[in-house]
Design a protein around this ligand. Structure first.
Ligand code: MLT
Length: 304
């Protein structure tokens, strides 16, 4: 019997790939053969001696001490691309949230009170204060043209936007995006200087930490909207909050809440919801459960 420890909720569709007659799956289990997880941070956790594989039901692996795992000969499996449609949809929503002022308008609407006539008056004031702008003709800059960035770029083109993208290594999805009309930039700075919206689809590594900092913000267009649905730490939140206060940045939509962001107007921050759709959770869980199962049973390694 193989023992699988789940450190987060894993979709049933994935767990069904681990037949009960051969697998015991639980959130507390002694001597696990494998760990399945989503965003649980494994750094600092005591690694069971019995562990043979780790499966992350998501794309990023920065919550797993990958180097330590490789030293121990433990492969880390992930699910690249399996949640890319879910993230793409939320990024597109993020652009609309920012340019239609949905965050402050929603706060305003919730605070309306009085008679029908009084509310009508306030609604008129709201229409004036929260008027926005449209996407066609605006330029979206995409940093990272992988499975997610490539799809975001294609979706933006279909909405009538111009898209400029940067990625030193072009993936299949990136190539589709370039075929569809994405302009390929030679550097991140070229993207930043030409974009009305900028979105990041890169992992958090030393080279991408604080990729957007006070210096880079200065080079961006006035009134730019910044979207971070990749990883907390890629954008220096403090610098963005200051750039919002100065009027340089129009809006910031990110998928990571923080005390710094919560009271800043023009910021909408979400509790890491990009991949949280039923479909994405199922896709990711199935992909990693199959990889972990195949590895445990055959030693076959795909995509670790
Ligand atoms: C990812 O890396 O794909 C996401 O962080 C997945 C998740 O939200 O669990």
């Amino acid at each position: 019997m193989y023992k699988i420890l789940t450190l987060n909720n894993i979709s049933v569709a994935g767990l069904e790939k681990l037949p009960r007659e051969r697998y015991e799956v639980a959130s507390e289990i002694q001597h696990p053969d494998a760990i399945l997880l989503r965003s649980f941070k494994m750094h600092g956790m005591e690694i069971p001696k019995s562990l043979k594989a780790v499966g992350r039901a998501g794309a990023g692996v920065n919550n797993i001490p990958v180097e330590d795992m490789s030293k121990r000969g433990i492969p880390v499996f992930n699910a690249p691309g399996a949640n890319s449609n879910a993230v793409k949809e939320l990024v597109i929503a993020g652009m609309l949230i920012a340019c239609r002022n949905i965050g402050p308008a929603w706060d305003f609407a919730r605070g309306l009170e009085g008679t029908d006539a009084e509310i009508s008056k306030q609604v008129e004031a709201g229409k004036k204060n929260f008027g926005g702008y449209e996407l066609p003709g605006r330029t979206l800059g995409v940093i990272g043209l992988g499975a997610i960035g490539g799809r975001v770029a294609n979706a933006a083109i279909s909405l009538g936007m111009n898209v400029i993208g940067f990625d030193p290594g072009i993936t299949v999805e990136g190539a589709w995006a370039l075929d569809a009309g994405v302009r390929k930039a030679a550097s991140i700075d070229e993207v930043l200087t030409h974009s009305d919206f900028v979105t990041f689809h890169v992992p958090l590594v030393d080279a991408t930490r604080d990729l957007i900092n006070a210096d880079r913000l200065k080079r961006m267009r006035d009134g730019v909207v910044i979207l971070n649905f990749a990883r907390d730490g890629i954008v220096d939140d403090k610098a963005v909050v200051e750039a919002i206060a100065s009027g340089k940045v129009y809006g910031y939509v990110c998928d990571f809440p923080s005390n710094l962001l919560k009271d800043t107007p023009k910021v909408v921050s979400l509790p890491h919801l990009g991949a949280s759709t039923r479909e994405a959770e199922e896709n990711c869980a199935v992909m990693v459960a199959e990889q972990v199962r195949d590895y445990l049973e055959t030693g076959n390694i795909v995509n670790s």
